[in-house]
Ligand binder design. Structure first.
Ligand code: SF4
Length: 442
């Protein structure tokens, strides 16, 4: 079986399905319903829609987030697809909706060219006008080491977030350690095989150089994220916390408070976190991934072995004392609870389990978010078994639960995600920001 066959063909959504979900989930804006379906099924592109216009292409900022390997993408598409698309108008009168691009040539959602520019189609049916993200002006520069700014400090979320994956590998390596849904190491290999200058460990100097371009010329970016793989032993003779700290200290010393600092790293002890807060980090993402104890063990074997589920939970809760509850935002990989062979067999069980985790964290004032599981081809899960994309109803139930629990605890809008609500949200890999504040429809 080739890697491209490792996933099932996309279940075909129809316009009638979307209309039916719109009638059923009146608690969710239609924008969120469509966004989750596109994220779930991926996007296909008509090569003509990508030619003759300038836009920001995918920088592959940490994972591939594609359903097919780079080597199996057509020449017209590979490295030519936009980072995100922004939908508007069409028969559902969509407010502007930003959606991350996950390439899947078998997706029923297709971006094609029309007289009015690119547009989204579901089968033959026109769904929305499409904008591609603009290229930031500072992308025209080259660093003194000859690299493009998008290689060192790409922006995502329509320019809102500077994404600094400073270590593009993870020392949880191979199927016995790396998270079973994660393609960070496989992405790095694919990029290098395609001949891209894909820097494994970014230097502080090159990051500061690109940030100086952004500082002078950019008016859109409001946050940066420092992230990368886990460091089990040491990296460049530094332990994990020291390795990540050096970047934050350098950025905040040079550009104090210029952007809101966020970090996506492992769950660390409170004593280790204090200096990050003092240095300027505002938001902490110790990603929890999956709530169910057995699934956590199976899907996160490295995290289980080196830190352990109970420690991970305790550290999340304790980190509230450092950053403040709403500034601790662990991520769940929405849908991975339904992956094979270990996952739940029904949508109801999967949502019940994750909702339990959401309620636990939200009861402590923590605001977990979720992303949309992307079954990339080389991950442990995709090599273990043919993966089916979770049904749309799973994501709509999860969104409903996330919104219900968030409102139950009267939590504030998570900081560092831009404005909430339909037509406003820029977070592009799930619709959780799109549903905040939505009052429902009759
Ligand atoms: S800890 Fe897990 S999710 Fe994070 S980079 Fe490593 S393998 Fe990927």
């Amino acid at each position: 079986m080739s890697t491209a066959q490792a996933q099932s063909p996309a279940p075909h959504t129809t316009i009638a399905d979307l209309q039916s979900f719109e009638r059923r989930y009146t608690n969710l804006p239609f924008e969120a319903i469509l966004k989750q379906d596109i994220l779930r099924l991926g996007l296909s592109f008509d090569g003509k829609a990508l030619s003759g216009i300038e836009f920001k292409t995918k920088d592959y900022f940490i994972f591939t987030f594609d359903h097919v390997p780079l080597a199996e993408q057509s020449e017209e598409i590979r490295f030519r697809a936009p980072e995100e698309i922004r939908l508007s108008g069409g028969p559902f009168s969509l407010a502007k909706t930003v959606v991350s691009v996950r390439i899947d040539p078998s997706s029923p959602y297709r971006v094609s060219t029309t007289d009015r520019g690119p547009a989204l189609f579901l089968g033959d049916q026109f769904l929305a006008d499409v904008d591609f993200p603009p290229v930031p002006a500072w992308y025209r520069h080259t660093t003194s080491s000859g690299k493009s700014p998008g290689e060192i400090a790409p922006v995502i979320e329509w320019g809102y977030l500077i994404y600094l994956t400073v270590f593009r590998n993870c020392q949880y390596f191979g199927k016995d350690e790396e998270c079973a849904f994660c393609d960070i190491n496989h992405n790095w290999r694919q990029q290098r095989l395609q001949g891209r200058p894909y820097t494994g460990i970014k230097s502080i100097e090159e990051i500061l150089e690109v940030l100086s371009f952004i500082d002078k010329e950019d008016t859109v970016a409001e946050c940066y994220t420092i992230t990368g793989g886990s460091v089990v032993t040491d990296l460049q003779k530094k332990g994990e916390t020291d390795f990540y700290f050096q970047y934050i200290r350098a950025i905040e010393e040079r550009f104090p408070g210029r952007w809101m600092g966020k970090m996506v790293v492992q769950a660390w002890e409170k004593a280790d976190l204090l200096r990050f807060k003092e240095a300027g980090i505002k938001v902490y993402h110790p990603n929890y991934e999956v709530w169910d104890p057995e699934l956590f063990t199976k899907l996160c074997p490295g995290k289980t072995r080196f830190i352990g589920r109970e420690n991970w939970i305790r550290r999340i809760v304790e980190s509230v004392d450092v950053f403040g509850p709403s500034h601790v935002i662990p991520n769940f990989v929405g849908g991975v609870e339904l992956s094979k062979p270990y996952g739940f067999k029904t949508v109801a069980e999967a949502v019940k389990s994750t909702a339990e985790g959401l309620d636990f964290f939200m009861s402590h004032g923590v605001v977990p978010r979720f992303t949309t599981w992307c079954p990339e081809p080389y991950t442990t899960l995709s090599t273990l078994e043919k993966q089916e994309k979770p049904p749309l109803v799973y994501f709509l139930e999860l969104l409903s639960e996330w919104k219900r629990i968030f409102e139950k605890y009267k939590l504030p809008t998570p900081p560092g995600y831009g404005p909430p609500g339909p037509g406003q949200a820029v977070f592009s890999v799930s619709a959780f920001m799109d549903v905040i504040g939505y009052q429902g429809r009759a």
